[in-house]
Design a protein around this ligand. Structure first.
Ligand code: SF4
Ligand code: SF4
Length: 473
């Protein structure tokens, strides 16, 4: 017989369903506004048009995989300019470090897609099934006509949200109006349908059913954020030195907490912040709204639950006022993150505005190094790749400057000018020739600079340095 003490414990804890209660307050209002802003931007952005001329797509934000380019309003990023994307990712990372070190998990509480879509799913759930008590009752109720009807309405609305979410995502990769028409008429590419199906299903499941479990069990961010936080980081906490012992209001010796559990009932993660800082807390601020409402009702000061740092806790316990918010926000760590963030941003802006409308790539042909023509002219060959980033075809004149006298010839043309189509790359074979007996023809190496000038009257002018090989005496 096995005694109860020696029985193995299960490592699996069944999920307790959570039914967050409706709440009004400053943080809830802020979250509604942020949700409207972010969802609005996400769903509507692919439909914004931007005139780039006849040769280019008119979608303001477009990840053109076929054309291997990224369009963002007036900015166009080519594949060889991937460093811009890398720079933006570095800025996003530094921004996340900055906000986390200043105010804890603000990303999780206000801006993470998992939080925003879960909030939206809960809003729909509340609209269909009612507030916390009604939803609890429905959950415990047997599967009768009312429960089936309400569940079907809710799941249908969730599916529509999932469909809109997946649909918006694929619209970023091709012309949105065309794709929308093709999707409806069954003419879209199978990859579009597959992506749409996967994103619809994951939005439906993650936002509707998995909710807080994604944050607690699947997301790595709660585990690594501790490295960015310190004792001065503002985060949400319960002032237990003020609230305890909890109990009925007006009873001598009791603290300010009346144990109403309003803070627990509104929490989308189903936790009790009075138990201290927890991994599951996404710092959404809803428990602050709930408790402030109670404090107002019982005539006690607000912020029994509020934003505070560990250093504030020490000060408040000693009867001193907390540090000002600015002292928590502006400190060496956050200033360092801000400086790095701004530095990368400025570097990207400078690179963006200094880049040329044409790129040139020169590959000298080294086998053989040179050839001697019948009249004794020494010729070197080079492969040129010219990328015209403008929305119209342009002629470019190629010239050379060096201490020696060299002549440019372009294969397949009579002169030194090439025409590069709009938004395209042209590969040409170019020759540099030195007259028989000239200095360049006699020298083993001559440094040369190739110039590519806009031959249509524009002021675009780029250069590339290379080497001319003469006779090896
Ligand atoms: S404890 Fe408060 S701040 Fe944390 S997740 Fe719950 S409601 Fe949000
Ligand atoms: S809402 Fe405030 S008073 Fe009510 S249980 Fe939570 S901390 Fe206590």
């Amino acid at each position: 017989m096995t005694s109860p003490d020696t029985e193995p414990h299960s490592l699996y804890a069944a999920r307790e369903p959570i039914f967050p209660k409706r709440i009004k307050g400053n943080f809830r209002t802020l979250k509604w506004w942020l949700m409207a802003l972010m969802l609005g931007a996400y769903y509507l952005a692919p439909w914004i048009r931007w005139d780039r001329g006849p040769e280019l797509p008119d979608q303001a934000i477009l990840l053109d995989m076929a054309g291997r380019r990224f369009f963002f309003f007036m900015i166009e990023i080519w594949p060889h300019e991937f460093y811009f994307v890398a720079g933006l990712l570095i800025m996003a990372g530094l921004g996340l470090f900055l906000f986390t070190s200043a105010a804890g998990r603000v990303w999780c509480g206000y801006a993470c897609p998992q939080t925003v879509w879960t909030d939206l799913m809960i809003l729909v759930e509340r609209w269909v099934e009612g507030d916390r008590n009604a939803r609890l009752r429905l959950f415990r109720q047997k599967w009768d006509a009312e429960k089936i009807r309400k569940r079907l309405v809710k799941w249908t609305l969730w599916l529509l949200i999932g469909l809109a979410t997946g649909g918006a995502w694929i619209f970023y990769f091709t012309d949105a109006p065309t794709l929308a028409r093709d999707l409806v008429t069954g003419n879209a590419h199978p990859i579009a349908y597959t992506t749409l199906f996967i994103l619809t299903a994951t939005t439906f499941a993650f936002g509707g059913f998995f909710r807080e479990q994604v944050c607690i069990y699947a997301c790595p961010w709660p585990r690594i954020q501790a490295a960015m936080m310190d004792e001065d980081t503002l985060t949400i906490g319960y002032r237990e030195w003020r609230g305890e012992p909890r109990g009925k209001p007006g009873v001598a010796g009791n603290g300010d907490c009346i144990d109403c559990k309003a803070c627990v009932n509104v929490c989308p993660m189903g936790i009790d912040i009075r138990n201290g800082q927890q991994l599951a807390c996404i710092t959404c601020g809803l428990c602050i709204d709930a408790c402030n409402e109670i404090m107002d009702k019982i005539g006690k000061p607000r912020d029994l639950i509020g934003y505070l740092a560990l250093t504030d806790e020490t000060r408040e316990r000693a009867g001193q006022p907390p540090k000002s918010v600015w002292k928590h926000v502006f400190r060496p760590r956050t200033i360092l993150y801000t400086t790095l963030w701004a530095g990368v941003g400025v570097a990207l802006l400078v690179a963006l505005f200094m880049r040329s409308d044409i790129d040139v790539n020169v590959s000298p042909i080294r086998n053989p190094l040179y050839v001697t023509l019948s009249d004794g002219t020494i010729r070197n060959a080079y492969d040129l790749r010219l990328r015209n980033k403008l929305g119209a075809a342009h002629d470019y004149a190629i010239s050379v400057t060096s201490e020696a006298d060299l002549r440019v010839r372009i294969e397949g043309t009579d002169g030194d000018t090439v025409s590069v189509p709009a938004n395209d790359t042209l590969s040409v074979r170019m020759y540099l020739e030195a007259q028989p007996g000239s200095e360049a023809a006699q020298q083993e190496r001559t440094e040369v600079r190739l110039w590519i000038n806009d031959a249509d009257g524009g002021d675009t002018r780029v250069h590339h340095d290379t080497v001319f090989h003469g006779k090896d005496n």
